[in-house]
Design a protein around this ligand. Structure first.
Ligand code: G6P
Length: 617
């Protein structure tokens, strides 16, 4: 995790770095720091807290002048979040400065070695060890910064995206990558360069970007081209300069109080964008390049294994139901973190689908590498274009949700389900497990989803009223069955991550095997009871909650009367095919957790201890 940024050019670096850090705060926000070089001195400010705290500190403590700078926003791994452990870190000589995203696993042995050579350390971080290792190598072999970084990185085990500055050679920044992302923004005529964990910090300055691959480094010299090299053997690489499609509007709040609310409201548009060029209603077909090109792999697959983490794992669970129902292909859904370490049985006849919003999640990436080694075909469902997972997989389909900045995932989830539903339908047709008339009906239903969500979003005020009643709850239970069991899990995750209320998601029928013991008149129970999803059975579960005085918040299909008579609150969703109902039932649960979190005065977009992009295992 952590966000890094840097600038070298003709502008004042400080505003560029600060704005960049604010955009990267989704990657971690427990401390922040900046280094500015004013032509003579290195000025450094670092603090526990957010980028706004850093701005205060800079105002009080340092000059903010200089056209070269590095910045960092941290999600602590080694060493608690405090001023000293914050980045940037400076080498013992005082000349070299580093910002780092990742973990140096063998930092302790390197540290002991450096201590024996007279180095001492101020912080508890692995990063301070790395910058001193670079210094040691530079002095020992009398080499330039680029070479010293390369030789030092060859000794390192772990993951990193780093940017390093050397006061004795102040016209360059050296960057390197293994396992954590890094993008270089290339200014006009190479007069300026930007470095960042993603392209968002520099999109208003340049649309030209180079994404480093793993085990690559770059020497960025003001006024000259970027030199990209392989860390392993020093061989030069001709880098691809990509044209970015991202625009500023996409990463701003656009009048909403929080990114999360904006992103909830963006779902109709995000799903429509995800359909574009794929759901071709005039021909009544689905076309997905990544699937068409690899149709044989899918059709011959013994099974599909889905790997993911967090919310993406919940989308995978929904997909399990849809793939098995529509395409009759056996599906297993795995937490990437478990899968990668349990010596799973994988064969060449397996297809592995990796789902990831960021495309950078370390465990998912490791699971992909493992499956590839064992010969499986690996398909990625990612949101971030050009991300590590998008590049590591054999083929894939993007979700086109646009940048998701709120840490709690919303539109990424519904667009993941959209892509996976389209895939399942396409495969069902190819396998002949769905008749053409049923297929056509499903396509029509899919196409209607964005407008149904648009209509559904009008429940916002009603949900706010319900939120008011339960904002002081300490526990909450979420129940659903079939396609909506994963939605119950996702609803519970949303509530706990942003409002810090303990919440559990359960298959409704499992309630009687444990959670029912928790129900009393202080326990809100959110139940998804759509009219086609084992409705009668879920109604019986609702009765069981009622008889134990639980407070029932039910998500029902419009026109429902039975549940309305029993539940304390009912929220109606438009009628749809049961398989697509998660795309609708999710919306009120997102809004409920959003409003409860706002009313509890929680930081909705940046909940404590979390980060959006989890690049550590
Ligand atoms: C973090 C985020 C979640 C996300 C999960 C997986 O925990 O806070 O919102 O679902 O990582 O991330 P990915 O980018 O792989 O979907």
């Amino acid at each position: 995790m952590c966000g890094i940024t840097g600038y070298i050019g003709f502008r004042e670096a400080y505003p560029v770095i600060i704005k960049g850090l604010q955009r990267l705060e989704y990657r971690g926000y427990d401390s922040a720091g900046v280094m500015l070089y004013d032509g003579k001195n290195i000025n450094l400010a670092k603090t526990k807290g957010k980028v706004s705290d850093l701005q205060e500190k800079v105002k009080q403590e340092i000059s903010n002048q200089g056209q070269i700078g590095l910045g960092h926003t941290r999600w602590a791994t080694h060493g608690i979040p405090n001023d000293i452990n914050s980045h940037p870190h400076v080498s013992q000589s005082g000349d070299l400065v580093i910002v780092h995203n990742g973990i140096i696993e063998n930092y302790d042995s390197i540290k002991q070695e450096l201590i024996s050579r007279g180095y001492s350390f101020k912080s508890d971080t692995d990063t301070e060890v790395l910058i001193n290792l670079i210094q040691e190598v530079k002095e020992k072999y009398q080499v330039k910064l680029g070479k010293a970084v390369q030789l030092a990185l060859k000794q390192v085990i772990g993951a990193y995206a780093i940017a390093v500055f050397d006061k004795t050679k102040p016209d360059e920044i050296v960057v390197g990558r293994l396992g954590s992302p890094i993008a270089i923004g290339v200014g006009e005529d190479y007069k300026e360069f930007f470095v960042a964990s993603d392209a968002s910090p520099f999109i208003e300055y340049t649309k030209d970007a180079i994404y480093l691959e793993d085990e690559e480094m770059a020497i960025i010299k003001k006024g000259r081209e970027v030199k990209v090299r392989k860390i392993k053997d020093d061989s030069e690489i001709d880098p691809d300069i990509l044209e970015l499609e991202l625009n500023l509007e996409q990463i701003e709040k656009g009048g909403y109080e929080h990114f999360m609310l904006k992103e909830i409201h963006e779902q109709p548009r995000a799903i429509t964008d995800t359909f574009r060029g794929r759901l071709l209603m005039d021909q009544a077909i689905i076309k997905m390049a990544g699937v068409e090109d690899n149709m044989k792999k899918f059709l011959n697959a013994d099974r599909i294994i889905i790997v993911a983490c967090g919310t993406s794992w919940h989308a995978g669970l929904v997909a399990e139901y849809i793939f098995e129902e529509f395409a009759r292909i056996p599906v297993e859904v795995e937490y990437a973190s478990e899968f990668r370490y349990r010596n799973p049985v994988i064969t060449e006849k397996d297809v592995l689908i990796a789902i990831s919003q960021s495309g950078e999640t370390a465990d998912t990436l490791a699971a992909i590498k493992l499956a590839k080694e064992k010969g499986a075909f690996v398909f990625g469902v990612c949101n971030v274009v050009g991300s590590s997972i998008a590049r590591e997989t054999h083929a894939g389909a993007y979700t086109h949700a646009g940048p998701e900045i709120g840490v709690a995932s919303t539109k990424a989830f519904t667009t993941q389900i959209t892509v996976l539903s389209l895939m399942a339908l396409r495969l069902a047709r190819a396998k002949g497990t769905m008749s053409s008339s049923v297929y056509r009906l499903h396509l029509q239903e899919m196409e209607m989803i964005p407008q149904k969500i648009e209509k559904l979003l009008a429940i916002d005020e009603q949900v706010k009223g319900i939120a008011k009643k339960y904002l002081l709850s300490t526990n909450c239970l979420y129940l659903g069955r079939g396609y909506n069991f994963p939605v119950a899990l996702e609803g519970a995750l949303k509530l706990k991550e942003i409002s810090y209320i303990h919440a559990e998601g359960y298959p409704a029928a499992e309630m009687k095997h444990g959670p029912i013991a928790l129900i009393d008149d202080r326990m809100p129970v959110v139940v998804i009871a759509t009219n086609k999803g084992h409705y009668e059975k879920v109604v019986s579960n609702i009765q069981e909650i009622k008889s134990r005085n639980g407070k029932i918040i039910a998500v029902v299909t419009e026109g429902d009367t039975t549940v309305k008579d029993i539940a304390d609150h009912t929220i109606e969703i438009p009628e749809t095919e049961e398989a697509f109902s998660p795309l609708l039932t999710t919306i009120p649960l997102q809004l409920l957790s959003y409003h409860i979190a706002v009313m509890r005065d929680c930081n909705v977009d940046q909940p404590r201890n979390l980060a959006k992009s989890v690049t550590v295992e």
